[in-house]
Design a protein around this ligand. Sequence first.
Ligand code: NDP
Length: 313
Amino acid sequence: MNEKVRCLIIGSGPAGYTAAIYASRANLSPVLYEGMQPGGQLTTTTEVENFPGYPSGVTGPEMMEDLKKQAERFGADIRFGMATAADLSAAPYKITIDNEKVIEAETVIIATGADAKYLGLPDEKKYSGSGVSACATCDGFFYRNRKVAVVGGGDTAAEEALYLSNIAEKVYMIIRKDYMRASKIMQERVFANPKIEILFEHETEGLTGDKVVQGVNLVKRRGKPDEEKVHYEIDGFFLAIGHKPNSDIFKDYLETDDVGYIKVVPGTPRTSIPGVFASGDVADPLYRQAVTAAATGCMAAIEAERYLTEKGL
Ligand code: NDP
């Protein structure tokens, strides 16, 4: 028989755990499934220095463990397991866990996050946490007066390059085409910034360095008669080639943008289906911060509580 719950939370990043804290304190008896990567993206970072309330910083895994404990303290039922299918055609909504168990939920909070895309080079893994990052806001601070490179030519890459230019001594933008995809205004800002050097028609072949990143090997104008291999000394290598929101199993029911971010009513975590809420990075192409994810997780739990009360459930 299917298990019935009042509030099902899918995902265990800052959004999911914060939703669990609020939902359990509101007596919704939430059940949270942690997903593939318990703790979410923050478990792959080292120091988190920008989450309010940690004056000395905290490691990503430690912070996620604290959030989990805080949710458990109020009775949230936190379980291993991954949502593998969803039927949101009618309430109660049916979510399949690990391809077998089905949970029937009156409210669903989707907090499945987004994954940064990587180039797929072995060196990205080799230097992970030692010079390779997919978040300038998180890790840029460590490159004060150093040289860094940002891969990508979209709005995120432009934004990351501009952010890093306030910290680093030099920022290279590695762009595979001979033009930038970023919006005009962002391009203008990048072009006008004396610290940013744009390397058009460059592709990354690998990274160099003893334990930490010290340089990047690029190929310029690949496949053209004047193809050339070049090397730049850098200390940090930032990926900004897009994110993939983890929304695939909900796509038949919920509206998403072209990239897959779940669309919500602006300023709220409400989706197009009553009782189904989306919080954190899966619905946020713009900010993608732990603190913004936590905030929308809180909002989703408050919405779930109001929805259940209105329905008398
Ligand atoms: P985009 O998909 O817009 O851009 C990705 C960039 O990465 C492109 O330049 C792309 O190159 C490059 N790229 C992708 N794969 C590779 C690869 N394997 N090797 C090298 N380069 C690669 O993603 P963004 O994250 O920049 O933006 C996502 C959405 O969010 C956009 O709609 C954007 O406008 C929006 N956004 C808005 C912001 C704002 O308004 N402030 C801030 C940030 C994002 P190519 O062009 O060759 O495909």
